[in-house]
Write a protein that binds this ligand. Structure first.
Ligand code: NAD
Length: 307
């Protein structure tokens, strides 16, 4: 069995060592393609592998076509919109993610962004505290839950909306109020932390109407995906309402215009940083390796995302 670790943005060394150890124990061969700059390098490297571990690398139909022996792709991370899941399904290739492994890193960044923007991006002057404010969580999955719990620990009033969680105890156990609609969530949230996945349904879904329904001085915190934002709508809302703010993990396509027009009310990390901690890197990498072995040895498809 041959496994390729293909990472344009490499794992931490400890993660690579750990992955190799797990795969060596199963007597699998490991190939490593890091910091590649040309798609052709990836196309050549996948030609004879049975399994593929990637991070944000794009696994397109072309890559799947080139990977003649491929049986499984594991995206070491949560979002899997970088993998052509439909095409993989058509070819009988299993796609998995490693949910939960980088959630704490992302949740900590969401909290950091809230404090950073509340203190005027650490420029001198009077800022505000987050304690006592209402934190709205849009999607109560792995990351959303951790942001909710951290918000509670910081003295925030936490409310959440997730139409796919029908068991109310998920919210109750965290002392979080479940709200009935996305409109109610935004209209009450001083800070809105966004955790919806990027899907055909959610892309471009957060825009003018939701933003302008938010309370005075509210902040949208996006550590989900830039694609879920309707950038023109958000810019229009923040131009009309000079009290609103937007912080994002990864720059929107219109970042330069937003910076120019919104000044210190807008901030975007220069690169996606949510999962960029040594801990998250290691957790997700090792989980990917274990899932591959568990799939080949036991047929375990628990984390398959393209059924
Ligand atoms: P998750 O799968 O654990 O949770 C997603 C939640 O979204 C689920 O509870 C689901 O019910 C809910 N949901 C789906 N569609 C929805 C909709 N239309 N409206 C409301 N809720 C909806 O995922 P997660 O680990 O919490 O990650 C969430 C997202 O964060 C990922 O999809 C990914 O895009 C992003 N993410 C970003 C980084 C980063 O580096 N910034 C890292 C990890 C994840």
């Amino acid at each position: 069995m041959k496994v390729l670790i293909a990472t344009e943005k490499p794992f931490a060394k400890r993660a690579v060592d750990g992955i190799k150890e797990i795969l060596a124990e199963a007597e699998y061969e490991v190939a490593l393609l890091e910091k590649y700059t040309d798609k052709a390098e990836l196309l050549a490297a996948v030609a004879d592998v049975d399994a593929l571990i990637v991070r944000s690398d794009k696994v397109t139909a072309e890559v799947l076509e080139a990977a003649r022996n491929l049986k499984i792709v594991v995206r070491a991370g949560a979002g899997f919109d970088n993998v052509d899941c439909e095409e993989a399904k058509r070819r009988g290739i299993v796609v998995m993610n490693t949910p939960g492994q980088n959630s704490n890193a992302v949740a900590e960044l969401a909290v950091a962004l809230m404090i950073f923007i509340s203190r005027n991006q650490f420029t001198p002057g009077t800022g505000a505290e987050i304690q006592g404010k209402t934190l709205g969580i849009h999607a109560y999955g792995n990351v959303g839950k951790l942001v909710g719990r951290k918000g509670k620990a910081l003295g925030m009033n936490v409310i959440a909306y997730d139409p796919f969680i029908t068991d109310d105890s998920v919210f109750e156990n965290d002392g979080v109020e479940k709200v009935a609609s996305v409109e109610e969530l935004y209209s009450r949230a001083d800070f809105l932390s966004l955790h919806i996945p990027a899907t055909a349904q959610t892309k471009g879904s957060i825009g003018y109407d939701l933003l302008t329904s938010m309370p005075k001085g509210a902040t949208l915190v996006n550590t989900a995906r830039k694609e879920v934002i309707d950038e023109a709508g958000v810019l229009k809302a923040l131009t009309e309402r000079e009290d609103l703010r937007y912080v994002s993990d990864i720059a929107p396509d219109t970042a330069a215009e937003m910076s120019e027009r919104l000044g210190k009310r807008f901030f975007a990390t220069p690169k996606k940083m949510g999962a960029e901690t040594a801990e998250a890197n290691i957790n997700a990498g090792l989980a990917a390796a274990r899932q591959i072995v568990d799939y080949f040895v036991n047929g375990n498809t628990r984390f398959q995302v393209n059924r």
